[in-house]
Ligand binder design. Structure first.
Ligand code: NAD
Length: 330
């Protein structure tokens, strides 16, 4: 039995090889994406594990079938780059790995809030100038006593709620499907507006769908508490970036931490130069003193990279051996 991993990072190869030895499975790896140009190199392969962050060509489903491959495992939570209807139509079983490390994203979210309220960037800059004064600009504020508003209390959002609660914050949340097991931690609101109006920190942990695309736009930001802080480690399409920059410039919001931006994968994960970026909004996000921008890396921990490989391979093997998996989406 042979399983091939695409889009693999150098550091993940030994993890995959070790798993292969332990399970008696041959492992093939490539840094390339699966594409029409290389799909014919799968003749002796039984399963494939992808990490697709760009649009997946739907013509590939049929091509995979021609190669005798009837399943795809995407080793991340997100699968918006796949046309699942087409996969189903072509008889390709599609599965993802939604639970590789919710702690990684939740902890990063917490660190973004702490970074903002304790001014770590400004402290570093000030100290680098040998300026050791206790200036107003670096005077912190505690999370204790703050109201945190969470959109989406699933795997990641529920952990975010617990972490902020442990620091002494009051947790408001809006979820289309509230989780009653969180009742001692989360104060669920029946409308998004109730959260917009009361929260000091608003953090997004829901998927992007047709109905919530650009939900966070100028009209909604205007309902926020003046001075509120906005954190988005979920999906870039959930907010209007130009509107966000405007409300921060107007002094309505105190700032934002943006880990996911709508058009990010044009550049991520590559090193480019400033003149190669023609997206003016992205440049503003990067340079804005009140915005902390990062390149979709909330997930990026040793635990995540390890679990993506192990859980991805386990899922592929399960499908090869039993014909299905509880992680299947088609
Ligand atoms: P999940 O499916 O476990 O939870 C999502 C929650 O959002 C659910 O409780 C659902 O009921 C709720 N929800 C759905 N639509 C909603 C809406 N319109 N309004 C309010 N709530 C809504 O998902 P998860 O694993 O916790 O992931 C949450 C988000 O984090 C996803 O967008 C995911 O893509 C993103 N993510 C980001 C990174 C990163 O590196 N930045 C990594 C992994 C996941």
């Amino acid at each position: 039995t042979t399983i091939k991993l695409f889009n693999i990072q150098e550091a993940q190869i030994p993890i995959a090889k070790k798993w292969g030895e332990e399970h008696g499975i041959d492992i093939l790896t490539t840094p390339d994406r699966l594409a029409l140009e290389n799909v014919d190199r799968l003749s002796n392969v039984d399963g494939i594990v992808l990490c697709e962050n760009k649009l997946f060509n739907p013509k590939l489903y049929l091509e995979l079938k021609k190669q005798g491959i009837n399943h795809i495992v995407q080793r991340t939570a997100g699968y918006e780059n796949f046309d699942l209807k087409e996969a189903k139509q072509q008889g390709v079983l599609f599965a993802n790995v939604p639970d590789y490390s919710p702690e990684s994203i939740a902890e990063y979210t917490l660190s973004l809030a702490l970074n903002h309220y304790r001014h770590l960037r400004d402290i570093e800059h000030q100290v680098s100038q040998y300026d050791f004064r206790w200036t107003d600009g670096i005077k912190g504020t505690t999370i204790a006593g703050k109201v945190v508003g969470i959109f989406g209390t699933g795997r990641i959002g529920s952990l975010v709620a617990k972490y902020f609660k442990a620091l002494g914050a009051h947790i408001l949340a809006y979820d289309i499907n509230p989780d009653s097991s969180l009742k001692d931690i989360v104060d669920y609101q029946s409308t998004p507006e109730a959260v917009y109006k009361e929260a000091d920190i608003i953090t997004l942990h829901m998927p992007q769908t047709e109905s919530n695309t650009h939900q966070f736009n100028a009209d909604v930001f205007k309902l926020f508490k003046t001075g509120a802080y906005f954190i988005n480690t979920a999906r870039g399409g959930l907010f209007d970036a130009a509107d966000l920059i405007q409300v921060i410039n107007d002094g309505k919001l105190s700032g934002a931490a943006i880990d996911t931006y709508e058009y990010e994968f044009q550049y991520i994960p590559r090193q480019v130069s400033a003149d190669m970026i023609d997206d003016k909004i992205l440049k503003q996000l990067i340079k804005h003193p009140k915005i902390y921008y990062s390149q979709h890396l909330a997930y990026f921990t040793d635990t995540s990279l390890n679990n993506m490989i192990i859980k991805g391979l386990n899922t592929s093997l399960e499908i090869i051996q039993s014909g299905t998996t509880s992680r299947r989406l088609t």
